[in-house]
Structures are given as structure tokens and as C-alpha cells.
Ligand binder design. Structure first.
Ligand SMILES: [Zn+2]
Length: 125
């Protein structure tokens, strides 16, 4: 007996749509559900107080409400070319960077920190 989930040939649905939260195939150009353009989305992370999207040129923060159940509508876009002095995991799960002459600190879950570090190091190099 084989279970379909065990099939190594299965397409991985790892790209989460920043708009509607649905998982899409890794190479999807547009979201299967809401048709959002996913071509520039490199990484999408859901965290407690915000969602983070990394595109080819920006870091985008979607603020969530206190309970983390829905977005407040506040969206902050940091162009990657304007952030500097990146620091990962100091003290433990804080991502820090300089933007607009100010030090920004973003608390992240440990697993999200790892993914973010990996992707950002790749594109900023
Ligand atoms: Zn979508």
C-alpha cells in the first residue's frame, strides 16, 4: 500500500500567497485562487504579529491585530536597496536592520528567522 503523500514526485506546494494564504506550487506565476502575481515573491512568512513577504526588491510587512488572527491593513514596504546593517538572531529571535536612518527590530519565530536569513543572504550577496 502506498499513500499519495509519500510519493516523492508530488509537486510541493510551498509558496504561500501573501494575499489569500493559499499554498501554491513552487513555480506558480499567479495564485491559483486569487490570481495575485507571485512572480516576484521569494518568500512568505506568517508570524505572530505580522506576515512578512520577501520579493526580489523589497521586504514587506503586513501588520496583524493583537491576536494575530487578521491583518490590520497596515503595510510597510522596505526596499532592499535601502536597508543595511542586517543582524539576525540577536539576542535570539530578533531581526534588526537600518532603514531611513532608524534601527528597526522585528521579532520572529525561530523557524521564520532561519528562512529569512537564508533568502536574504542569497539575494543581498
Ligand atoms: Zn491568493
Amino acid at each position: 500500500m502506498t499513500h499519495p503523500d509519500d510519493d516523492p514526485e508530488m509537486i510541493s506546494f510551498e509558496l504561500i500567497c501573501p494575499e489569500c494564504g493559499v499554498s501554491n506550487p513552487e513555480n506558480a506565476e499567479y495564485c491559483l485562487v486569487c490570481e495575485r502575481d507571485l512572480r516576484n515573491t521569494l518568500l512568505f512568512l506568517e508570524d505572530d504579529s505580522f506576515d512578512l513577504e520577501i520579493t526580489t526588491d523589497s521586504l514587506i510587512e503586513y501588520r496583524k491585530n493583537f491576536w494575530g488572527t487578521s491583518r490590520t491593513g497596515k503595510v510597510i514596504k522596505y526596499p532592499l536597496s535601502e536597508i543595511s546593517n542586517l543582524e539576525f538572531g540577536s539576542p535570539i529571535t530578533r531581526f534588526k536592520f537600518d532603514f531611513n536612518g532608524k534601527r528597526h527590530v522585528i521579532p520572529l519565530k525561530n523557524e521564520n528567522m532561519k528562512s529569512l536569513k537564508q533568502v536574504l543572504n542569497k539575494i543581498l550577496d
